[in-house]
Design a protein around this ligand. Structure first.
Ligand code: FKS
Ligand code: ZN
Length: 343
């Protein structure tokens, strides 16, 4: 399986994550990607290429122009306003506030485009987000050209980002752009399968009203887990998209038996629906020792999950999302890929 990876992920390394009322070193840190990279090489997955530049056309076609302009200029505006730290807005529009009027003030503007305040923007964030997107796009092109599968070692991750909001460590939704690229190139029906511990609210939101992209997610129940406000089982799509969203919220302590039952159901739904291409949002934070999650998967379970995903028989792009048990992130991620490959 060919791998796409850009060293430019290192451009994004905030000092600060807001956690428990304190600023801590972010869980989503560069070493995560380094461990995956080392494990890939160690396991003989050595066909690793730099993706080159991000193709902005599919990004601009999907995302809000004001949001993209904000991400690109947020750091400079923040500094120009005299703010000493990293970009973390104080206020986010809440119930009954205006949603149609982006403020001029950069603190207000950042709040307008922010969905969760743990995530800081730095001077390198935009470049890193573009490099992450570039890896996803290169993996998609590789599969579109005939390969059965490819792995985009994306960092920063993407599945919480909507067309107009960042947060949950995400800025640009890599998996959503990959799904749309498959559609643009002629696939009639594309599925996104999200196995990250956290619900992929951004991907769901982007495709919620559409009948041509199926979104399935197995995740910590929103009553108990980030992103808290989306990912309930009764969210099934709207309008033309009615029936093309499938959520499997699961409670604290969930082990592989129950988790894999949900995965099997998601796979069966995708198969019955008739997807022609598959995008996997590959997070490994369902791991038992993950520091911010509450499922109980063990490392061999990730290989078994990869085997099950392979049974769909679809052209497949894997996009890296979360996973924070630093050393184990490499093992668990590569286990999914090896399981898929039947290794
Ligand atoms: C720590 C609370 C952390 C935010 C969790 C974000 C999860 C991000 C992710 C992604 F794949 F996007 F990286 N709350 N005190 O794992 O879903
Ligand atoms: Zn996650």
């Amino acid at each position: 399986m060919k791998v796409f990876f850009s060293e430019d992920h290192r451009l994004h390394f905030p000092q600060a994550e807001l956690s428990g009322g304190q600023f801590v070193t972010p869980y989503e840190r560069p070493s995560r990607a380094e461990y995956v990279y080392q494990r890939l090489k160690q396991q003989g997955l050595r066909d690793i290429a730099d993706p080159g530049a991000c193709d902005m056309a599919p990004v601009r076609a999907m995302m809000d122009p004001g949001f993209l302009a904000f991400l690109e200029t947020a750091w400079d505006q923040w500094k120009a306003a005299g703010c000493a730290g990293e970009v973390i807005p104080a206020a986010i529009p809440a119930r009954r506030m205006q949603m149609a009027r982006p403020p001029r003030n950069i603190d207000g503007l950042a709040g307008y485009y922010c969905l969760a305040q743990e995530t800081a923007i730095t001077g390198g964030t935009w470049g890193a987000a573009l490099s992450s997107m570039a890896s996803a796009q290169a993996a998609q092109r590789h599969v579109a050209a005939g390969a059965r599968s490819a792995f985009a070692l994306c960092r920063p991750p993407g599945h919480h980002a909507t067309a107009d909001m960042y947060g949950g460590y995400c800025f640009l939704n890599n998996a959503a752009v990959v799904a749309q690229m498959f559609r643009d190139q002629g696939a009639g029906r594309v599925a996104v399968l999200d196995i990250d511990f956290h619900h992929g609210n951004g991907t769901q939101d982007i495709f919620y009203g559409r009948g041509d992209v199926f979104f399935a997610s197995v995740h910590g129940a929103p009553e108990d887990a980030f992103p808290y406000f989306l990912g309930f089982a009764d969210e099934t799509g709207a309008g033309a998209g009615e029936g093309t969203t499938a959520n499997y919220p699961l409670p604290p302590g969930t082990g592989y038996d129950r988790w894999s039952g949900a995965l099997d159901d998601a796979i069966a739904r995708i198969k019955a629906w008739g997807a022609e291409a598959l995008v996997v949002s590959l997070g490994v934070d369902a791991y038992k020792d993950d520091p911010i999650s509450f499922f109980k998967l063990d490392s061999p379970d990730f290989a078994d999950a990869g085997r099950r995903i392979e049974t769909l028989g679809l052209p497949t792009v894997f996009c890296m999302e979360g996973g924070y048990a630093i050393e184990a992130v490499g093992i668990n991620t590569v286990n999914v890929l090896e399981g898929f490959l039947g290794a």
